[in-house]
Design a protein around this ligand. Sequence first.
Ligand SMILES: Cc1ncc(COP(=O)(O)O)c(C=O)c1O
Length: 443
Amino acid sequence: MVDFLTLDTDTLRHMQKQLTLKYENFKQKKLKLNMSRGKPCSEQLDLSSGLLESLNRNYQAEDGTDCRNYGGLGGLPEARRLFAELLEVQPDEIIVHGNSSLALMHDLITRALIFGVDGQEAPWGQQPIKFLCPSPGYDRHFAICEFYNIEMITIPIREDGPDMDLVEKLVATDETIKGIWCIPKYSNPTGVTYSDQVVTRLARMKTKAPDFRIFWDNAYAWHDLSSDPVPLKNILTACKEANHPDRVYIFSSTSKITYAGAGLAMVASSVPNINRLKKQMGIQTIGPNKLNQLAHIRFFKNAQNVRLHMKKHAAVLRPKFDLVLNLLETELGGKKIASWSRPQGGYFISFNTLPGCAKKVVQMAADAGVELTKAGATFPYGIDPNDENIRIAPTYPPLAELKTAMELFTLCVQLVSIENILRSREHSSTELLLHEESRVQIV
Ligand SMILES: Cc1ncc(COP(=O)(O)O)c(C=O)c1O
C-alpha cells in the first residue's frame, strides 16, 4: 500500500476523481444503516432464550422469599453471591439492583451532589467540582457531568490506561477534583485494559479531596473476544491495601450478557459505602425486580456458566470484528491516513483519522446513508481537540450490512484524507509564495 502523503498532487487528484465516482454510486444505493451505538445483535439476544421461561411458575428464592412481592433492597442473596464471585468481591460488598448500571452511576452522583459521599465532607454540589475524564471515553459518562455542571478535565488514555502522571499531579493539588471515570477493561471505545501498575497507582495516589471517588465502570468485565482473557487487577482489594477502602465504586451489568436494558445491574464497594447506599436507595424504592434476578440465577446457575455463555457471545462477535479489521487493513493499511485499535474484547474499535478529518468523514458517511457515532462524542463536551476519533460499533448490524457500511466508511476516510492533504499543500504553497513576496519587498 502506498503512503498517501508521499503521492504527488496529480496522482492524488486522479484518485480523488475515482473515489468520488465510487462514493456517488454508494449514494445511489440509498442505504439506511446504523452503526452509531454498541448494541447486541439479535443473535446475541437469542443466546439468552429461555431466561424468562426459567421461572417456570416457581417464584421462590432460596431463602423462601416470594419474588413477586416487595422487599429485598440489596438484591437476592443468590444474585449477590453470583455477581460477587464474578466481580471478585464479597456478597456484603455488592448490591444487585435494576436494569441499568448507568442509572446507578447517575443516581450516585446526584446523591453525592446533594449529600456528599461519606457523611463527613460537604455535599459535592456546594461548590463547583471537577471530574477527570480519560478520553476517548464513554459519551454517557460525560453527559452526566455536563448535565450537572461538573467540569470535565480530559486525560489522555494510553495503551495501559489513563496518563497516571497527569492524574496524580492534578488530584494531589486540586481539592475540587472529586472523581474519575474509568472503564478499566476493554474500554469504550479504545479497548484498553488498565495495567496492574495503573490500578495500583489509582488506589494509592494522594488526593487533595478526602472524598475523591473512582467510578469504575466495568461494563465489559467478561466480554473477551479472544480465548485468552486480559487480566484486570482487583481495584477494591488494591484500595483496601492502600488504606483507601472507600475510594472506589465498581459498576457492571448483564446488559451485554443477557438482555440490554432488561438485565441486572450492580454496584460494589466497601461495606460502609454499600450500607450507606442501601439506606439512601431505600428512600427511592422498596426493592428491585427480584423476578428478573431469580430468572437470571435459574438460567445461569453459577459463575462458570456465565463465562461459558460469554464464549458464545464471542463466537457471534468475532467474525464481525474480524471483518471490520480486515477491511480496514486492506483498504487503509499502509496509507498513513488512519490508525485503529485491535481490541481483545468489548464492543468497539477506536479509529483515528488524520487530524481535522473525523467530523467530515462521519458527515460523508451519513450523507450516503450510514450513521456512525457522532464525531467528538468520545470526548468531554463533544469536542475532540484534534477532530480525529471515530468510534466504530461492529456488534449490531448483520455481516453483510457491516461489510457495506465499512466499505463506504473506508472510502469516506480516503476521500476526506486526500482533500485534507491537497488543501494543506495548497495552503503551504500559498504561504511560501507570500513569504517569497515579503522577502522581495524587504530586499
Ligand atoms: C462503558 C459503559 N458503561 C455503561 C453502559 C450502559 O450500561 P447499562 O446498560 O448497564 O446501563 C455502556 C453501554 O454501552 C457502556 O459502554
